[in-house]
Ligand binder design. Sequence first.
Ligand code: ADP
Length: 497
Amino acid sequence: MKKRSIGFRLSGWYFLVFACGLGLFSVAAWFAMRASVYHAIDDELRDRVRGVVKFMEQQISSLSVAEIRDEFREHSVLGPGGDLFQVCDQRGQWLYRSVPLENGNVPIALPDSLRAPRFQDLQIDRHKLRFYSERIGVNGHPYTVQVGALMNEANEALGRFRWMLLLAAPVLLIAASAGGYWLSSRALAPVDEISQAAQRISIENLTDRLHVPQTGDELQRLTETLNAMLSRLEAAVSRMKQFTADASHELRAPVSLIRTTAEVAAQKKDRPAEEYLEALQEILEESERTSQLVDSLMLLARADSGKEMLECEPVDARVVMRGAVEQGEKLVRNRDLSFSADLPPAAIPIRADAEALRRALLILIDNAAKYTPQGGSVTVRLAARNGCAVASVADTGFGIAKEDAAHIFDRFWRADKARSREQGGAGLGLSIAKWIVQMHGGSIEVESEIGKGSVFFNRRWTSIRPFEARWSKSPRPRRGLISRARPICPGQTSLDK
Ligand code: ADP
C-alpha cells in the first residue's frame, strides 16, 4: 500500500467518515429499536390497566372481595403476562395480588402518594420486569393498579440486535474501506502513468507529448494542459537556443575581425604611422559595434527576465521627439539624405519613459538612414490622434518585401544580411524598439513598398493624460542599459567625437 498516495489518503478519509457515520447510525438504530420495544410494552401495560378498570367498574358493586379476587385470578391467568398484577386500596389492603408479585414482594405505591402514572424497571430473581402503576377511582374509592411485564424476551431481542450491530459495523467498515481504496487507486492510476510519462520528458526530448486519454474528464484536461505547457516550453527553449546561437555568431565576427586586424598590424614592424592609425581605427569601430551588440543583448535579456523596468512619468511627447530628432538628424545628414521633422505646435502630454522612447525613435531614424540610398529623404512626424500620441518615421529607401515584413521585429532577423552587416546592424534594433513601445501599451507597425520606401509608426502609444497633467519639460537623464546603448552610424566612432 502506497503511503502518502492520494488513493491512500482518500481511503483514510473515507474510512474515518464512514466509521463516524456507521457509528452514529448504529447507536441511533439501537436506541430507536429499544424505544420502539419499550413503547409497545408500555402500550400493552396501559391496555391491561384499562381492562382492570373496566372490569372493576362493572363488577365491584355486585361482587364480594373474594369473588372479585377469583375473577381476577381467572382472567389474569388467561391474559399474556396477566399473572403479574396487583391492586390495593387507599389503606394498602390488597384487592388482588398475583402469586409471583407476592412471592417477589413487589412494592406498590398507595393511591394517595401516586400523583401520576408511573413506569418502573425492577429485577426480581434474575428476572427483569417493567411495571406500570396508575391511580384509578371506582365508585368514588381510589385504588392503585400495578401491572408488570417480563422483559427477558425483549431484552434478549435488544441484546441480539446490539450484537448484530457490533459485528456488522466493523465488517461493513472494512469492506467499504477496501472498496474505496480499490476504486480510488483505479481512478488515480492514470495520474501515476501521466507523472511517469512526464518524468521521462527532459530538455533533450521536449518534442515528446503525453498520451491524452479521451475520457472528457479532469485527466484529459490535465494531460492537454501539460501538453500545451510542453509546447510553450519547447518554443521558449528553441527561441533561447536560437538566440544563443545567433548571439555567439554575431559576437564571433567582430572579435575575429579585431584579432585579425591587430595580428596583421603586429606582424610587420616599421609600418607608417597612418597604417597603425587605420588599424586602430578599425579595431575601435569593431569594439564599439561589439559593445553596442553586448548592450543590446543585455537589454533584451533583462527585458526577458523582467528586470529592465521603464520609469514612466508625465512628459511632453514633443520633447522626447525633439531629443531623438537632434541625434537622428546628424545620422541622416551624414549619409547625404534630406531630413525633415513635423512636430505639432501644442504640447502632447503623455506618460512615458522619455529615455526609452527616445531610443526607440532613434532606432527607427537610424534604420531609415541605413536603408535609404543617397539622395533619399527621411521624415519624422508626431501628432495627437484619438487621444494617443502617434509618431512615424518615413523614408524613401529600399523598402521591405511583404513576406519579410512579418519577421523584421524578430531578433537577429535581417532582410539583406550582407547589407545590414555592412551598415553595422545585428538585427536587434527593431526587437528593442518593439519591446519599448509595447511597454508603453502600444504596438509598432510598418507599411512598406519595395523600391519606394517604408513608414514605421505606432498604433497606440500611450493615452494622453488630462491636459492639466504635469510633465517634465525635458527628459530626466537616467542610468542603465537603455540610456547607454545607442544606434551607431558607420564611420562615427569614439575617435570622431
Ligand atoms: P538591423 O540592425 O539589421 O538594422 P533591425 O532590427 O533594426 O536590425 O532591422 C531588422 C531588419 O529590418 C533590417 O536588417 C532590415 O533588413 C529591415 N529594416 C529595418 N528598417 C528598415 C527600413 N527603414 N527600410 C528597409 N528595411 C528595414
